[in-house]
Design a protein around this ligand. Structure first.
Ligand code: TYM
Length: 344
């Protein structure tokens, strides 16, 4: 039996958080043995927010180094950079023509980001989920491992695949979101009712993957809790402590009940230190490897070039089928280009 196909990605916006790690990368790593995995660095998506262009290339390569440091093995998984495979932008245009304005206006991420960046509500921000659908559908992915916040985008992807298939016949596999684990939605340490985010402007709200151990400890010590001083899981009444329990559970594999028992009679101080230490230990090997890899551009180049070639073969096959279905002519040279890559 052939393995199920996975596709996922992270935006190359620099500074990843513990949320990105527990909600995405950590699960990706575990899936490599049992699935055919494609992990993409989403650089085109980052253009929807104004960033310093100098940083984009650096962030893209750094994210590649981070994927590998975190245990994504290029021998097992196909790792590539989104913009290297032009089919993503092409399919996004086609899918745009099958997506309704109403659907995109309902996307909570669009609403959040347009409130945050009121001076730059560009149409890319609006159609962002369509590019994400193209990313996924090109690879005929069965499963898309993401954090909870991407669920709505996945639902749109499924709707688009079903819509296209119902008009033109079976073209895209309809993917399932794969949202796993107790940390599918890691919350901010200072604002535990909002998700931990790369772009949070609140000091000490996010743990970044490159934070030094003393910074991690300090941030956890300052985490907002409540006055009960009992380690007990209750998202409604105790969002701060519940978030810390989820983080600790995701890293140690202990259940929430075990954690409550372990810290019975102990105060929040002890618990916060235990969570911080678990996070520090978990991130340590990745941080060490990252320091080595990020200054090895030749190695990284080899990985992303091979990745792009493999990705192109798959993406090109799907796009060709789409073009045939909608009767857009597909120039022959393109087939040859693909063939040449395959023969290499
Ligand atoms: P991005 O870059 O915002 O986040 C990358 C991944 O991290 C997860 N995540 C979280 N999980 C748990 N708790 C959090 N606080 C948290 N914050 C982020 C996200 O759910 C995501 O899985 N649109 C996507 C990138 C993308 C993509 C794709 C993903 C582009 N094309 C195709 C899957 C498939 C995004 O902005 O993720």
């Amino acid at each position: 039996m052939s393995k199920k196909i996975i596709l996922s990605g992270i935006q190359a916006t620099g500074n990843l958080t513990l949320g990105n790690y527990l909600g995405a990368i950590n699960n990706w790593k575990k899936m490599q043995e049992d699935y055919e995995c494609n992990y993409m660095i989403a650089d085109l998506h980052t253009l929807t927010i104004r960033n310093n262009p100098e940083n984009l290339r650096k962030n893209t390569l750094n994210l590649l180094a981070l994927y590998i440091s975190a245990g994504i093995n290029p021998e097992k998984s196909n790792i590539f950079i989104q913009s290297h495979v032009a089919e993503h932008a092409e399919l996004a245009w086609i899918l745009n023509c099958y997506t309704y304005m109403g659907e995109l206006s309902r996307m909570t991420q669009f609403k959040d980001k347009s409130a945050k960046h009121a001076d730059n509500i560009n149409s890319g921000l609006f159609t962002y989920p369509v590019l994400m659908a193209a990313d996924i559908l090109l690879y005929q992915a069965d499963l898309v491992p993401v954090g909870e916040d991407q669920k709505q985008h996945l639902e749109l992807t499924r709707d688009l695949a079903e819509r296209f298939n119902s008009i033109y016949g079976e073209t895209f596999k309809v993917p399932e979101p794969f949202i796993q684990g107790v940390a599918a939605r890691v919350m901010g340490l200072q604002e535990p009712t909002s998700k931990m985010s790369k772009s949070s402007s609140i000091p000490n709200d996010s743990i970044f993957l490159n934070d030094e151990p003393d910074v991690i400890l300090k941030k956890f010590k300052k985490a907002v809790t409540d006055s009960e001083n009992i380690v007990r899981f209750d998202v409604k009444e105790k969002p701060g402590i519940s978030n810390l329990i989820s983080i600790y559970s995701a890293i140690t594999g202990k259940t929430k009940q075990d954690i409550e028992k372990e810290f019975e009679g102990k105060g929040y101080g002890d618990f916060k230190v235990a969570v911080a230490e678990a996070v520090i230990e978990e991130l340590k090997p990745m941080q060490e490897k990252y320091k080595e890899l990020k200054d090895n551009p030749d190695y990284l180049e080899k990985i992303y070039k091979t990745g792009a070639e493999k990705a192109k073969i798959i993406a090109n096959k799907t796009l060709k089928d789409v073009y045939e279905k909608i009767r857009i002519s597909f120039i022959e040279e393109r087939k040859y280009e693909c063939l040449q890559i395959m023969l290499k």
